[in-house]
Design a protein around this ligand. Structure first.
Ligand SMILES: [Mg+2]
Length: 195
């Protein structure tokens, strides 16, 4: 199956051949488009946002129970765009940046919040005098709300970040995200902070 056929099909399961030539029947939604492995990788610090770089109260970024009984993560949008920056954490990231590390943010916020998340991150760095700092932002993909944050973050780390960067630290406040990352990527050092 070609990538074009994969995107056209409405079949939830498809036959594919892996790189070893083995054919498998796999769930279409479990496909991960993975970056090629880079031969020269930059060192990077991967950092969560909510609870690490801001002080959004837990009650405003809690899980909510929907009418059908499903629960989902929720962050109040106006709070995430106006949240007070944790300048100590921004300074820590700037310290790593000055050592030549790339700054990568990994958040379960949806891609629909990308623009104001980037503006808010820029504001945090500007407050400490680093207005032109560069960073990369990985977010929950469009229409991917059925994947919980621990699975989403650990899978994005494997699929999108590790092929491109040597990760020195993953900074995170949520114990469930930390546990999932430890299981999926045991070689990564994790700095757990209290959100
Ligand atoms: Mg967090």
């Amino acid at each position: 199956m070609t990538i074009a056929e994969l995107y056209k099909t409405s079949d939830p399961f498809v036959w594919v051949k892996n790189l070893c030539g083995d054919e498998r029947y796999v769930s279409r939604r479990d496909f991960h488009v993975v970056d090629d492995e880079f031969s020269q990788k930059d060192h990077a610090i991967v950092c969560d946002i909510d609870g690490v770089l801001n002080f959004i109260p837990k009650g405003h970024r809690d899980r909510i129970l929907l009418e059908d009984g499903e629960a989902c993560q929720w962050t109040e949008l106006n709070l995430s765009s106006t949240a007070v920056c944790n300048t100590d954490m921004f300074k820590l990231l700037a310290f790593f940046y000055n050592q030549g590390k790339k700054l990568v943010f990994l958040t379960a916020r949806g891609d629909s919040q990308r623009l104001h998340t980037e503006i808010w991150l820029r504001k945090g760095f500007t407050e400490i005098g680093y207005s032109h700092i560069e960073f990369t932002l990985f977010m929950r993909g469009w229409s991917c709300n059925d994947l919980e944050a621990p699975a989403m973050k650990s899978q994005m780390m494997q699929s999108c970040i590790l092929p491109v960067y040597d990760v020195d630290f993953f900074i995170e406040d949520c114990p469930k995200n930390v546990a999932a990352m430890r299981e999926a990527c045991p070689h990564i050092q994790i700095m757990q902070v209290h959100g």
